[in-house]
Design a protein around this ligand. Structure first.
Ligand SMILES: CC(C)(COP(=O)(O)OP(=O)(O)OC[C@H]1O[C@@H](n2cnc3c(N)ncnc32)[C@H](O)[C@@H]1OP(=O)(O)O)[C@@H](O)C(=O)NCCC(=O)NCCS
Length: 401
């Protein structure tokens, strides 16, 4: 018999802008702060944690900055016992959801009782690359590469190109993308004014230019003064037909984590969960079609549960670009105009990554946490959080509050 798996708590740091308030904090330090913060908030003792799984898909390869076993380094920095098992997971933007899947599986299979799962990324610290220095250069210009300019996978298009082209293929024009981006910014502002992010955000200490300590407590990427007219004026990036800096997420910094716990342990400790994870579904498709996979993954998860999209009270789909929630919602609504409209009303109701930001390895856990708190505010129900990642992988986490 497998165990039921619950989310005891979900927390994240505020998300920072590229070169913003978190740019001087190493990714394992940031993740360590969050692990310490989330276990303290729940009065969980360090020796009660069995495993830590963290997504980190860009910073984990930058050994010159931090070393490459971020989860292990972070748990040691957080003061967890040396015997706690860990894994650092790179599945591109699906890294945190894959980390959650790992924790979900080990608890289901009774290999663990309490697991921390999430992810962290500090994109501001991605170093430039000097490829030809190791064996010396005889006669050549020295080139310093920026690995995120543009953001793309070797041998494939920049992600902004694929998202824009597939968006057009599914009937999502530049104007549609800008309208969605504007909505995302507006929804975020309304949610923030209503204090909706307070439960999920753990303020962190950072240092300013003069080395003075300050408390970083609010997301700094959202652009409150966004207008549709302003968005329309922006030029497309990297040769994309429709994607601009205004309808794309940023290159952001942040960490997000969940405490996962078995039903038996929950009962033993007399704790109240935030949500239950009822299914996790993964998909992959042709590399260009990143915009479609979150929708496909949600459909797969719903089938596993014998539910339909109408049973979902809220949906989170990562705004890797505006085209992603737009295309995925069309797939979820089976291209029925009325149904798609209904789905979009319950989709990213507090704004998405275009406003909040997208620290790639962390976003999946942010989506699940944001979803769980929103469902709780609504009095409970089912919800799905889905994300796309490198070359059209997609994960959906379905929860019940
Ligand atoms: C899009 C991207 C290239 C922009 O980087 P950038 O140029 O450093 O971004 P900036 O914040 O300077 O924005 C560029 C311009 O757009 C403007 N802009 C951005 N958002 C805007 C908004 N909501 N309204 C109006 N103008 C906006 C900025 O003001 C800036 O204008 P300026 O050049 O006149 O100063 C970068 O954020 C990126 O690569 N994002 C995609 C990340 C990604 O692919 N993630 C993975 C997804 S799977």
């Amino acid at each position: 018999m497998t165990e039921k798996v619950y989310i005891l708590d979900a927390m994240r740091t505020p998300f920072g802008s590229f070169g913003g308030s978190l740019k001087d904090i190493e990714v394992d330090t940031l993740a360590g702060m969050l692990i310490k913060g989330i276990i303290e908030r729940n009065n969980i003792q360090p020796d009660q944690i069995d495993e830590v799984h963290l997504g980190c898909c860009v910073m984990s390869v930058c050994k010159d900055v931090t070393g490459s076993v971020i989860a292990r380094q972070a748990l040691l920095k957080a003061g967890l016992p040396v015997g706690v098992l860990s894994s650092t997971i790179d599945k591109a933007c699906c890294s945190a959801t894959e980390a959650i899947r790992r924790g979900y599986d080990t608890i289901r299979l009774r290999e663990a009782e309490i697991v921390i799962a999430g992810g962290a990324e500090v994109m501001s610290r991605i170093p430039h690359i000097a490829r030809n220095l190791r064996w010396g250069m005889k006669l050549a210009n020295f080139v310093l590469e920026d690995p995120i300019f543009p953001l793309q996978y070797k041998d494939f298009n920049p992600l902004a190109v694929d998202a824009g082209e597939v968006g057009l293929e599914y009937g999502e024009s530049r104007e549609d993308l800008d309208v969605w981006a504007f909505t995302s910014q507006q929804r975020f502002q309304e949610a923030e004014k209503a204090g909706k992010f307070q439960e999920e955000i753990m303020p962190v200490e950072s240092k300013d230019k003069k080395n003075n300590t300050f408390v970083f407590a609010k997301d700094e990427f959202p652009k409150a003064n966004t207008t549709l007219e302003g968005l329309k004026k922006l030029l497309p990036i990297y040769g994309s037909p429709t994607v601009t800096a205004g309808n794309a997420p940023g290159l952001n910094d942040g960490a997000a984590a969940l405490i996962l716990i078995s039903e038996s342990k929950l009962r033993e400790l007399g704790l109240h969960p935030l949500a239950e994870i009822v299914a996790i579904a993964c998909m992959a498709d042709k590399p260009k079609y990143i915009a479609t996979v979150p929708g496909q993954a949600i459909i797969k998860g719903l089938k596993m549960l014998n539910l339909s999209v109408d049973d979902l009270k809220r949906i989170e789909i990562n705004e890797a670009f505006a085209a992603v929630p737009l295309v995925s919602s069309k797939i979820l609504g089976d291209f029925d105009e009325g149904k798609v409209k209904e789905i979009r009303e319950k989709l990213n109701s507090n704004g998405g990554a275009i406003a909040i930001g997208h620290p790639v390895g962390a976003s999946g856990a942010r989506l699940v946490g944001t979803l769980a708190y929103e469902l709780r505010r609504l009095g409970g129900g089912y919800g799905a959080a889905a994300i796309c990642g490198g070359l059209a992988q997609g994960d959906a986490v379905i929860i019940k509050v």
